[in-house]
Ligand binder design. Structure first.
Ligand SMILES: NC(=O)c1ccc[n+]([C@@H]2O[C@H](COP(=O)([O-])OP(=O)(O)OC[C@H]3O[C@@H](n4cnc5c(N)ncnc54)[C@H](OP(=O)(O)O)[C@@H]3O)[C@@H](O)[C@H]2O)c1
Length: 282
């Protein structure tokens, strides 16, 4: 089976790619993102080692352990461990040509069919913080959030749909979006995060629509909400986490993968909290 994961360079996406490679269900995994994961981890490595050197009063063993942990998380290291089961591709979801090129470059690897597409890549806001007032909205940032979180994923689905349909001739294929609780209009009490909320609500609308068309082709589509996960995206908001736990990307990916594999065509169109497994009101 083959899978295509967007935002596979870090956070939840990288953990999903790792979890897929650890298991046996997926023999071919495509990880896509804008940034080369080696460059990214090199930056994190330098930053994190300096912090550790200071914090550990120059405890070299601890610094080395941390460095090893980060190095194991690069695409290069995963390719070394899992050989030709992983292909990495640069793709910018805000650029239609980049989407088309990424899809084309993975044609041979996917052998014309795709069992799973995970729309994981996401952006809170170019500044890192969602707008807490309507007076903070601007065209450029709002457009970028919409392009990254909903328009790009929709166009990527379009480009990969023939492969999803081809795979569905054997057994139903799946499109999964990593959604946000704040996409729920009816439970919105706090306000704020204008562009992120709007983009994730639009993503839900897209996924629901896709589930209806996909029903005719044995392609299911559902959205999974992971609550708050410790990543770069959530970093500014960790103090206000409304849940008792702050989940790691790794445990989130394991839980998500369990749902992805157990969900069938009857779950299409759902918007689900991965921990309670309950549907979230629209
Ligand atoms: N963390 C949470 O608490 C939380 C909660 C609910 C939902 N989510 C959702 O979970 C998903 C993953 O988020 P995360 O927390 O893992 O965030 P993250 O660590 O910031 O990772 C975001 C990923 O998206 C990719 N990305 C961003 N802009 C892109 C673009 N224009 N084109 C292609 N890829 C792009 C990034 O790669 P590059 O920068 O290399 O392109 C990166 O791999 C998002 O959809 C987010 O909304 C997260």
């Amino acid at each position: 089976m083959s899978a295509f994961v967007t935002g596979g360079s870090r956070g939840i996406g990288l953990a999903l790619v790792q979890a897929m490679l650890k298991g046996k269900t997926f023999s071919r995994v495509v990880a896509a993102a804008r940034t080369d994961s080696e460059a990214l981890q090199a930056q994190r490595l330098v930053g994190s080692c300096s912090v550790w050197l200071l914090a550990c009063s120059f405890n070299v063993a601890q610094v080395a352990r941390q460095a090893l942990h980060l190095l194991r998380q690069t695409w290069q290291a995963l390719k070394f461990q899992h050989g030709d089961r992983l292909v990495t591709v640069k793709m910018d979801l805000t650029d239609e040509v980049s989407i088309q090129e990424a899809v084309k470059s993975t044609e041979d690897f996917c052998q014309g069919s795709l069992q799973l597409l995970v729309h994981n890549a996401g952006l809170m806001h170019p500044s890192g913080r969602g707008e807490n007032s309507v007076t903070r909205l601007d065209m450029e940032s709002f457009s970028k959030v919409l392009a990254t979180n909903v328009i790009g994923p929709a166009l990527l689905t379009k480009a990969l749909y023939p492969r999803l349909r081809a795979a569905a001739q054997e057994e139903p294929s799946k499109v999964v979006a990593v959604g946000a609780g704040v996409a729920s209009i009816s439970t919105n009490q706090a306000g704020g995060w204008y562009s992120y909320r709007a983009s994730k609500t639009a993503l839900n609308a897209f996924m629901k629509n896709l589930s209806i068309e996909g029903g005719r082709h044995k392609v299911s589509a559902f959205t999974l909400y992971p609550q708050m996960v410790e990543t770069a995206l959530s970093k500014p908001y960790v103090k206000g986490n409304p849940y008792p736990e702050l989940r790691s990307p790794e445990e989130t990916a394991d839980q998500m993968l369990e749902l992805i594999t157990s969900f069938g065509i009857s779950d299409t169109g759902r918007f689900v909290n991965i921990w309670s497994r309950e549907d979230i009101p629209w």
